[in-house]
Design a protein around this ligand. Structure first.
Ligand code: 13P
Length: 287
């Protein structure tokens, strides 16, 4: 199928109370494991890309890989730009064929975050693609951004309501609710009450950042509370590296690259399948 916008995909997930897996791709092999892992289970999926990764490969190759992969399967696939505070990068992604982008103005004071998010909202609305915007400060490391534990900040309920009111067609909203990017060092303190309070007043699907390491119960509670997009990056990177390293340990003299690439693919795809099941999106491709 051609790439689609995240908005209808996530509206359906919000209504059906399941989560769509949003994986941060690394290269073609990783993008393929994400799309084919979801396709095997007839689940919609989001291939998202961090700014560093786009800059490494280039806009056109990333868009072409994901478009081609999407056209080879029978499930809805969206191509999304993860955390981006640079509007120039966003414009380039829109021009290259991305079907949604995230503007991350979370480091800015409320008024400036709103002003710049609105600027991007107008761009994405004109292009007919989806927008994700963030409020509060999600802890941990994502791409080149690091938010220390003591600087992580839960989103403010009234600010979330005021922010989303200005952008009624936001594809997905990312309030900081206590999850963090990277492997958790202790038990995450998820603010379920805040999540529910937001979704009582804001009718926009919610993005759950920091998916790596959450338990099935935590996924279930967040999805029941309105999270329709569940982000996974750190575990995908781990599978990418370990898939390669494990085979190297098993067969140190192996000089053929393809078995390594295949092992990486299988490790990544295995995790995608597990998460698609965990988020309840098996069989939802035709929803
Ligand atoms: P993890 O790296 O913790 O899986 O989080 C991914 C994420 O939220 C990307 O924005």
């Amino acid at each position: 199928m051609p790439l689609i916008s995240m908005r209808p995909m996530l509206k359906q997930a919000q209504a059906g109370r399941y989560g769509v897996a949003a994986y941060n791709m690394i290269d073609y092999n990783s993008a393929r494991s994400i799309v084919e892992g979801a396709a095997d289970l007839k689940a919609p999926v989001i291939v998202q890309v961090s700014v560093k990764t786009v800059r490494h490969w280039g806009y056109a190759p990333v868009a072409a890989w994901v478009r081609m992969l999407a056209e080879g399967v029978d499930i809805p696939v969206a191509l999304h730009l993860d955390h981006c505070s640079d509007i120039d990068v966003i414009r380039r992604c829109i021009d290259a064929g991305w079907t949604s982008v995230m503007f991350d103005g979370s480091a800015l004071p409320f008024a400036q975050n709103l002003e710049r998010s609105l600027e991007v909202y107008r761009l994405t609305e004109a292009a007919g693609i989806g927008l994700e915007a963030e409020m509060g400060a999600i802890g941990g490391t994502e791409d080149d951004k690091f938010v220390a534990e003591d600087k992580a900040l839960l989103a403010d309920l009234d600010e979330c309501v005021a922010f989303c009111k200005e952008m009624p067609k936001l594809a997905v909203f990312a309030p900081a609710i206590g999850t963090a990017h990277g492997f958790y060092k202790g038990e995450p303190k998820i603010a379920y009450d805040l999540l529910r309070a937001i979704t009582r007043r804001v009718d926009i699907p919610i993005a759950l950042h920091g998916g790596t390491g959450l338990s099935q119960e935590q996924f279930d509670r967040c999805i029941a509370g309105g999270c329709a997009k569940v982000n996974i990056s750190t575990m995908h990177k781990r599978c990418f590296i370990d898939g390669f390293a494990d085979l190297k340990t098993e067969k140190p003299k192996l000089g053929e690259p393809l078995p390594f690439i295949i092992r990486q693919y299988e490790a990544m795809k295995h995790d995608v399948s597990a998460m698609v099941r965990a988020f309840g999106s098996v069989g939802r491709a035709g929803a």
